[in-house]
Design a protein around this ligand. Structure first.
Ligand code: ZN
Length: 75
């Protein structure tokens, strides 16, 4: 009986290690994606995901307001 409990404990430990390793790998991938997709706002310099940034003539802005301010100040 004690031996069976020991094996269950080992199985749970292996399961826990695999689960932790898997979740760590997932977070590493998502971290890498966020680094690759991060752009800086031309107007205020804030960093934000590329998917959330406003793209105008190869320039990125954190919001439409900063895009408009940059265009009005540069022209
Ligand atoms: Zn901005």
């Amino acid at each position: 009986m004690g031996k069976l409990f020991f094996y269950i404990l080992i199985a749970l430990l292996i399961y826990w290690i695999i689960k932790n390793r898997h979740s760590k790998k997932d977070s590493d991938i998502s971290d890498l994606d966020s680094i690759e997709d991060t752009v800086s706002c031309v107007h205020c310099g804030v960093y934000l995901p590329k998917s959330e940034a406003i793209n105008h003539q190869d320039k990125y802005f954190c919001c439409q307001e900063h895009c408009d301010q940059f265009l009005s100040s540069s022209s």
